[in-house]
Design a protein around this ligand. Structure first.
Ligand code: URP
Ligand code: ZN
Ligand code: ZN
Ligand code: ZN
Length: 501
């Protein structure tokens, strides 16, 4: 019998606002007590874990994954089983995945389909964002049902993938308006899909068929322009906006400036963008270069990752995800003669925490508390499951990681737990290693070994109107309504328009 009670002793409990030496007592999947020198005379079913000289942090929340996604003619290498197992091995205890209906298809059916696929397989808790890929009254109604009854409070709209997922501005306006109405966060994939389509044709016509064409056809300003447009549309309808996968300095600056202008907008850099760059697209070996293809692309400017990390440290950017959407080399090879056919996506779900510790905390850009904020608490606040997750506190879920900031590990496809056959962080040496991962009160990863079964994780229902975001929106709605100027009616002459040709 596995112990049902856990006592983590002697560690430093790190929350987003402070760090305190404390023990943590866990029972029935919940944190029951946090305090100094906890003692339990009745030791039956109790396991004590020594965390001396280690940090005890809230399990990571990856706000952006695509597990088991059918996309660009194939299906991701990592499914909900391998993907969530890998997450746990890396110190992530919850993922937010995307249910993406095809144009014309029901959002509710997509939700059901993703639930049926994921529920029996997930090894950690998860939730779903839903994509809005077309617009109609039915979509509008389904968004309401999802928010009111299905635990969904975030919808992703694509400004790219022309003819597949892309929405026009009027559709974005309608979708953002409905997000505001039902108390959801609007998320955008911000790239100008029309310009990408034109740019891709141009590159191919110039004989550029390799992975470098993927970046060349969609330079930074294509991302920055769409980011600005999304912010403008969201502000026009007073809807909170979350920009997924902010990949360039230009787009990050747009988000940062908008926050300084008082917009309710959040930017999400991903592990790939913080840990590596787009110079790989010019690598001589095709398979190596293709492995980094994702949209928006990694940027060839090598100062990009450091810049994104600076903005993340300063709260210009808010949350980290991975956009984990893995395709093995033979799948990438669908685009061996045409970069537009390379399935878009990279790994990250397993390595995000270590990459951010190494590039963010070990480098001195952020402290351990900001690390917790950007890897866990901020996502929980924005998507409304805080402090159920994202905090080590009484009554919070026992999703806890014992983190050794001094240990190092070398990332490699040879040792990772993901199903994909390469790793974009291959060879990267990272300080910061999860030594124990606890999910729902169970030790699921320890000493490099996983001990978890498919279906251990649960779907996390999220209520609409997260107060962290919506307090400001609601107040602006009250006080910010434009009103008409009261005037006497105009009583003068009016030109006759009949005589104008
Ligand atoms: O390349 C990417 N990002 N693949 C996943 C789909 C998306 O746009 O997030
Ligand atoms: Zn996207
Ligand atoms: Zn390379
Ligand atoms: Zn994505």
């Amino acid at each position: 019998m596995e112990p049902s009670r856990l006592l983590i002793k002697g560690g430093k409990v790190v929350n987003e606002d402070c760090s305190v030496l404390s023990d943590v007592y866990i029972e029935n999947g919940k944190i029951v007590e946090v305090g100094l020198n906890l003692h339990f005379p009745d030791a039956s079913g109790l396991r004590v874990i020594d965390a001396t000289d280690k940090l005890v942090i809230p399990g990571g929340v990856d706000a952006h994954t695509h597990l088991e996604l059918a996309f660009m003619g194939t299906k991701t290498a990592d499914d909900f089983h391998s993907g969530t197992k890998a997450a746990l091995a890396g110190g992530t205890t919850m993922v937010l995945d995307f249910a993406i209906p095809q144009k014309g298809k029901s959002l509710l059916e997509a939700y059901d389909c993703w639930r049926e696929t994921a529920d029996p397989k997930v090894c950690c808790d998860y939730s779903l964002h839903i994509a809005v890929t077309w617009w109609s009254d039915k979509v509008k109604k389904e968004m309401e049902t999802l928010a009111k009854e299905k635990g969904v409070n975030s919808f992703k709209m694509f400004m790219a993938y022309k003819d597949l997922y892309m929405l026009q501005d009027t559709e974005l306006y309608a979708a953002f308006s409905q997000c505001k109405e039902v108390g959801a966060i609007a998320q955008v994939h911000a790239e100008n899909g029309d310009l990408i389509a034109e740019g891709a044709k141009k590159m191919l016509s110039m004989g550029i068929t390799g992975p470098e064409g993927h970046e060349l056809c969609r330079p930074e300003e294509v991302e920055a322009e769409a980011t600005q447009r999304a912010i403008t549309i969201a502000n026009a309808v007073n809807c909170p906006l979350y920009v997924v996968h902010v990949m360039s300095k230009s787009a990050a600056k747009v988000v940062s400036n908008a926050r300084r202008d008082g917009r309710v907008v959040f930017g999400e850099p991903i592990a790939a963008g913080l840990g590596t760059d787009g110079t790989h697209y010019w690598h001589k070996e095709w398979a190596h270069a293709a492995g980094f293809v994702m949209g928006p692309p990694l940027r060839p400017d090598p100062s990009t990752p450091g810049y994104l990390m600076d903005l993340l440290a300063n709260d210009d950017l808010s949350v980290t995800g991975t956009d984990n959407c893995t395709f093995s080399v033979c799948q990438k090879a669908l685009g061996k003669d045409d970069f537009t056919k390379i399935p878009n996506g990279v790994n990250g779900v397993e390595d995000r925490m270590s990459v951010i510790w190494e590039k963010g905390v070990h480098s001195g850009k952020m402290d351990e508390n900001r690390f917790v904020a950007v890897t866990s608490s901020n996502a929980a606040k924005i998507f409304n499951f805080y402090p159920q997750k994202g905090r080590i506190a009484k009554n919070s879920d026992a999703d806890v990681v014992i983190w050794d900031p001094k240990l190092t590990r070398k990332i490699s496809a040879k040792t990772h737990h993901q199903a994909v056959d390469y790793n974009i962080f291959e060879g990267m040496e990272c300080h910061g290693v999860p030594v124990v991962t606890i999910s729902r009160g169970k030790v699921v990863y320890e000493d490099g070994r996983l001990n978890v079964s498919p279906g251990h994780g649960r779907f996390v229902h999220r209520q609409p109107f997260p107060q962290f975001v919506y307090k400001r929106i609601e107040q602006r709605e009250q006080v910010g309504k434009p009103t008409a100027v009261i005037r006497k009616p105009y009583a003068g002459k009016i030109i006759s328009s009949h005589n104008i040709r």
